[in-house]
Ligand binder design. Structure first.
Ligand code: AMP
Length: 150
């Protein structure tokens, strides 16, 4: 995990992706806090998770302040709601002046807009399409080389 391991990382959303990132950061001895509005979500963290958890709605600016967002070096926003992700990413950037902000967006049409605000965006549909294309290209290459060998 390449995030600055001495820095402070806040992850918003403890779904499969958020929990996975939090576990990996914690394993790499990173200083991490993960926030979710549903306390049960933290069950996805591994028993060895050594970071902090905060049960709160991330659209509540006081909750972000209490989580120390003003001291965070990196904020990763991966709830299942694009509107929440955009709002929290913008707060992280504009209000708390966080250096590195990464947001997951399900809607590919919104992706490029946020890059202008200095927010890096990850779109699962686009990433998946790229990976599928790579697999198809590899399969086509194998077929072509098989045909050439006949
Ligand atoms: P997943 O769909 O598996 O990626 O999980 C998304 C997570 O985001 C769930 O655990 C939700 O409880 C969490 N979540 C959704 N909206 C918010 C919010 N406003 N504040 C904090 N966590 C949220």
């Amino acid at each position: 995990m390449k995030t600055d391991q001495n820095g402070y990382t806040i992850i918003i959303g403890c779904g499969r992706l958020g929990a996975n990132l939090a576990n990996a950061l914690s394993d790499a001895e990173g200083n991490v806090l993960i926030m979710d509005k549903n306390g049960d979500a933290f069950r996805k963290l591994s028993p060895s998770f050594g970071g902090l958890t905060a049960t709160a709605d991330a659209t509540d600016i006081d909750a972000l302040q209490a989580a120390g967002m003003d001291k965070a070096d990196t904020v990763i926003v991966v709830t299942n709601n694009d509107n929440v992700n955009v709002m929290v990413a913008q707060l992280a950037r504009e209000v708390f002046h966080v250096h590195e902000v990464i947001a997951r967006l399900y809607d590919p049409e919104r992706e490029c807009v946020y890059q202008e605000f200095g927010i890096a965006t990850i779109c699962p549909a686009i990433l998946s399409a790229k990976e599928i294309n790579k697999i198809l290209d590899r399969a086509t290459l194998v077929e072509a080389s098989d045909d050439a060998g006949k």
